[in-house]
Design a protein around this ligand. Structure first.
Ligand code: IPM
Ligand code: MG
Length: 358
């Protein structure tokens, strides 16, 4: 049976890193007879330039018909002055919400070879392996009303709404508890329940869901404390579950613990495990086209796709092992380079992973 992957390279370094990810998939597809087919689509600024919208109907049709979506990155200076509804980021948000990809998994794993690339002391981060489960289709990102209006006194006022229904909290709770069950059975829920009623409810519902997972130990932290703990003693965490916006912020911090944003993959899943896979870094317009971007986060996102959507653990771990081997050989893109290593381009890194696969 063939399976269709929608490939949305997007903007900035998106095309460069996607080329490398597809190299890996091409090899495995033949080697392991995966039966994967690919179809390209436009999203973000690239889609706006052609269709005057960041998430055109043909891309919507493509992702709906696909078994999984692989995405590069969206955004760039060129589109920053557009109305917010037309900006590249809206394409990504539209995709998440159209496919109901409410559960966003952002694993932060420290490769021991990269301990020197982190700004934190090796003893603080060595052995780091944490998973952030971010709610992805609700909260302040999508809440209504929203906008910028002019008040009677002529002053402008910007407003957004933080909303979560019980069922939205419950389903991301179940997602996170199930992941914790497969890991070290500790789940930390992050909220701001001391100030925001919406997250007071979040905490209550997490407590209710916890009753169904007696083997998982649930704890709670306020987001300010959580961000501090992440840089102070990140190894205390196994799985963290949090709202859309807090997850956005905390996952950048968690990524940096591992040395570079360029290393972290992510999976965004719907209730049936259909998913969209993307690196957590952005389109990095400052280095786009230079051939120096790190393709590993995208390559590792392919591994997550094989694991979560196609249930092919063997193919997933082959990629992860190959990445590990390339790092063992001292191969580094600029963002993870340290003295004595071999600095390589985006495509050389892709080639090194391909060679390690074989
Ligand atoms: C992320 C990004 C996106 C987000 C942007 C590009 C809309 O920062 O995936 O973390 O805020 O969710
Ligand atoms: Mg982000």
């Amino acid at each position: 049976m063939t399976k269709k992957i929608a490939v949305l390279a997007g903007d900035g370094i998106g095309t460069e890193i996607m080329t490398e990810a597809l190299k890996i998939l091409d090899v495995l597809n033949v080697d392991m007879d995966l039966g994967l087919t690919f179809e390209n689509g436009l999203i973000g600024g690239a889609a706006y330039d052609v269709h005057k919208t960041p998430f055109p109907q043909e891309t919507i049709d493509l992702v709906k018909a696909a078994d999984a979506v692989l995405l590069g990155a969206v955004g760039g200076k060129k589109w920053e002055s557009l109305d917010i509804a037309l900006r590249p980021e809206k394409g990504l948000l539209g995709l998440r919400s159209e496919l109901e990809l409410f559960s966003n998994l952002r694993p932060a794993l420290l490769y021991p070879q990269l301990a020197a690339a982190s700004t934190l002391k090796p003893e603080v981060i060595s052995g780091l392996d944490l998973m952030i489960v971010r709610e992805l289709t609700g909260g302040i990102y999508f809440g209504e009303p929203r906008g910028i209006k002019t008040l009677e006194n002529g002053e402008r006022q910007g407003f957004n709404t933080l909303v979560y229904t019980e069922s939205e909290i419950r389903r991301i709770g179940h997602s996170a508890f199930k992941i914790a069950q497969k890991r070290n059975k500790r789940l930390c829920s992050v909220d701001k329940a001391n100030v925001l009623e919406c997250t007071e409810l979040w905490r209550e519902v997490m407590e209710e869901v916890a009753k169904e997972y007696p083997d998982v130990e649930l704890s709670h932290l306020y987001v300010d404390n959580a961000s501090m703990q992440l840089v102070r003693a990140p190894k205390q965490f196994d799985v963290m579950v949090t709202t859309n916006m807090f997850g956005d912020i905390l996952s950048d911090t968690a990524a940096m613990l591992t040395g570079s944003l360029g290393m972290l993959p992510s999976a965004s899943l719907d209730i049936n495990g259909k998913g969209m896979y993307e690196p957590i870094h952005g389109s990095a317009p400052d280095i786009a086209g230079l051939g120096i971007a790190n393709p590993l986060a995208t390559i590792l996102s392919v591994a997550l796709m094989l694991r979560y959507t196609f249930n092919n653990e063997m193919a997933a771990s082959r990629i992860e092992t190959a990445v590990n081997d390339a790092l063992d050989q001292g191969i580094r893109t600029a963002d993870i380079y340290s003295e004595g290593m071999t600095k390589v381009s985006t495509s050389e890194m892709g080639n090194a992973v391909v060679a390690a696969l074989k």
